[in-house]
Design a protein around this ligand. Structure first.
Ligand code: NI
Length: 206
């Protein structure tokens, strides 16, 4: 936020978040919201990396998100659902950093709703846990607008990275469709390759 060039950006207050607008070279209007200290990137993964449960039951996943957001609000800045993992950027309300509770509620709601047919390890069974999700998830506090933009791009390019699509727009269950509808990205956006490699929790995903 402190590095914003006043010649190309202006800042307005919008219900506690600040909205930045600028013109990029293409003339496309770009809008981002960023609340210092309240925006996080997540990678959340199924225990079975061969599973396709998240896309097969994306209706259940969306319902779980909706229910939890109704009781514990947060803004989804960007998100993509892959067969076995989710990447998402959330902004939490001011003074509220309890994303672990929100993810726990989403995971539990999803697990309750899908058939109990997945493999459960003996150790997990002994703890009474179901085996759908990895217990740990990757979390990164977004530092500034450039960091936010890099992680939004990372999310929208992710289906191509994982070999699920030739172009980011070709994959459902991605916020890129909202960005295109809003005019924030062109429909033929092909990703950005000038970003340094990020550790977004993919490496530990195997
Ligand atoms: Ni990924």
């Amino acid at each position: 936020m402190n590095t914003v060039n006043p010649n190309t950006w202006h800042v307005t207050n919008d219900r506690g978040t600040r909205t930045l607008r600028c013109r990029v070279k293409s003339g496309m209007r770009y809008r981002r919201t960023f609340t210092p200290g309240g925006t996080y990137f997540f990678t959340v993964t199924l225990a079975d990396r061969r599973s396709r449960l998240l896309v097969e039951r994306v209706d259940v996943l969306r319902d779980a998100f909706g229910r939890v957001r109704a009781s514990h609000p947060f803004t989804i800045e960007a998100a993509v659902v892959l067969p076995d993992h989710i990447h998402a950027i959330w902004t939490l309300p001011p003074g509220d950093a309890d994303f672990p509770l929100r993810w726990a509620l989403i995971k539990a709601a999803f697990s309750r709703a899908v058939d109990n047919t997945e493999y459960v390890s003996a150790a997990r069974h002994a703890r009474g846990e179901r085996g759908i999700w990895q217990r740990r998830f990757w979390e990164h506090l977004i530092r500034n607008d450039d960091d936010l933009a890099a992680h939004v791009d990372y999310i929208h390019y992710n289906p191509v990275r994982h070999g699920h699509a030739m172009r980011p727009i070709d994959r459902p269950n991605s916020s890129i469709h909202r960005y295109v509808a809003d005019g924030r990205l062109p429909a033929d956006w092909a990703g950005r390759h000038d970003r340094p490699a990020m550790d977004a929790g993919e490496r530990r995903l195997g």
